[in-house]
Design a binder for this molecule. Structure first.
Ligand SMILES: C[C@H]1O[C@@H](n2cnc3c(O)ncnc32)[C@H](O)[C@@H]1O
Ligand SMILES: [Zn+2]
Length: 444
């Protein structure tokens, strides 16, 4: 007997072996998909009717700073270094684990409501993020954001925090949480520290999440300090391997792209964040052409400013078309692959496809909407017309987190109120009280 049977939906499996099914069924048992096909020959405890909807793998957001929902709109339209150094880092000092817990819960709520089932994170007080993920039922690859700025004492304490996090949380929440090491970036971490982290990650057999060449300023700083760019420096110290997830990777030379391809580094592409911060345009078509696994991500809410992966998918497609002046450069199917199959591959999880044996991490997208009518091509609608709010049902690990638009794993109103309260720690003016959103009688 299956736990759940999803019926009557268009099954976008993303699995090249089976292809998509115009009307199919998916059965889930003990958190795993046990059947994908035209008609399940068995019973189920629960039936989900997906008539008029697409059933697809949950989206995988491979670079986030989930706690930064608290800083959504806090500081915008500023040069990246000034934004980070003069606004974000000082205000992060005021946020403790309880605030981050509230911020990550809000991030999870937003992600679930817009169809993300797994995310990769790098942030402060990451044990609070783990608690939030455990409580809400999502899947996540979490890392403690570590920076040493060349200070040996800071290096030691940062690495200790990272090690403790890995020890305490790798495999937590019944395997829904995996831990990674999160050295912030090549220009904020010393070479020695990066080498130490690399060694520790191999010893602990966990992956590494890092920002690489997000800005031209980083490129120039690295050339001045080491006489080479971040990619060459990291390659020369033996940092790169197929367990590395590198976010951004904008300022790459042809040689850098070859190094990423040869070493099997996974690249997380953040088109919305990169456009908003005017960081530049990552050479995604060229990376894909060279065989690099490029997944998609939102980045933190302070540089996006939401966590809707549907927005990211559309932006990725449009950005690379106009940048290359070639509209065939990335098609809708490729973008869907990046948001599902490639994301799961980057994090090493059996998800991203609706396939027997894979996790029951699925979403249902309602296609009976004005902006999705008429319907000729499912891929096209999902990338160019749909929004996160078209997602009606979300399953992670075979558990229903949202059904027919109702979030079952948390109280939406409470989450927003707790996050608004936590955001007061920033000591900045808070319009939420003025707008009356703290009043439960106000219709949300
Ligand atoms: C983990 C730290 O990373 C910081 N951060 C958030 N967004 C970015 C970005 O776009 N580039 C570099 N660093 C970023 C975050 O504030 C944490 O302090
Ligand atoms: Zn980032």
């Amino acid at each position: 007997m299956a736990d759940i049977l999803i019926k009557n939906g268009y099954i976008l499996t993303m699995d090249p072996d089976t292809g998509d099914l115009k009307k199919g069924e998916v059965a889930i048992e003990n958190g795993r998909i046990i059947y994908v096909g035209l008609s399940y020959n068995g019973k189920a405890d629960k039936i989900i009717d997906a008539s008029g909807s697409v059933v697809m793998p949950g989206l995988v957001n491979t670079h986030n700073h989930a706690g930064m929902t608290l800083l959504r709109g806090y500081a915008d339209d500023l040069p990246l270094a000034e934004w980070l150094e003069d606004y974000i880092w000082p205000v992060e000092e005021k946020l403790g684990p309880e605030e981050i817990y509230a911020g990550v819960r809000l991030a999870c709520l937003e992600m679930i409501k817009s169809g993300t089932t797994t995310f990769a994170d790098m942030y402060i007080h990451e044990q609070a993020a783990a608690r939030a993920v455990e409580d809400c039922g999502m899947r996540a690859a979490l890392s403690y954001g570590m920076i040493d700025f060349g200070d040996p004492q800071r290096a030691e304490s940062s690495l200790l925090k990272g090690r403790n996090f890995v020890k305490d949380f790798n495999g937590a929440a019944n395997g829904r949480i995996s831990a990674m090491y999160g050295p912030h970036a090549p220009h904020t971490c010393s070479q020695q520290f990066l080498q130490d982290v690399r060694k520790q990650a191999r010893k602990d057999d966990v992956k590494v999440h890092i920002h690489v060449l997000e800005t031209e300023a980083e490129l120039n700083q690295m050339k001045e300090k080491y006489g080479k760019c971040s990619v060459n420096m990291l390659h020369d110290i033996g940092f790169f391997d197929s367990d590395v997830l590198a976010a951004h990777c904008i300022w790459l030379s042809e040689g850098d792209m070859n190094i990423l391809a040869e070493t099997g580094v996974h690249v997380s592409h953040d088109p919305v964040s990169n456009m908003k911060t005017a960081a530049g345009i990552a050479p995604v078509p060229q990376l894909l052409e060279k065989g690099v696994n490029v997944s998609l991500s939102t980045d933190g809410c302070a540089s996006n400013n939401n966590l809707d992966m549907f927005g990211v998918m559309k932006t990725a497609a449009l950005l690379h078309k106009v940048n290359s002046m070639d509209l065939t450069v990335i098609d809708a199917r490729k973008v869907l692959e990046m948001a599902t199959v490639y994301g799961a591959k980057a994090l090493g999880i059996e998800a991203g496809m609706i396939k027997e044996g894979y996790y029951g991490d699925l979403i249902v997208v309602d296609m009976k909407r004005p902006h999705l009518t008429p319907l000729y091509d499912v891929d096209s609608h999902l990338v160019y017309s749909a929004r996160g709010s078209d997602v009606t049902t979300v399953l992670v690990d075979g558990k229903v987190l949202m059904e027919n638009g109702k979030v079952l794993c948390m109280d939406e109103y409470e989450i927003m109120m707790e996050a608004s309260k936590a955001a007061k720690k920033t000591d900045s003016q808070h319009l939420i009280d003025v707008l009356g959103l703290n009043d439960p009688s106000v219709d949300q």
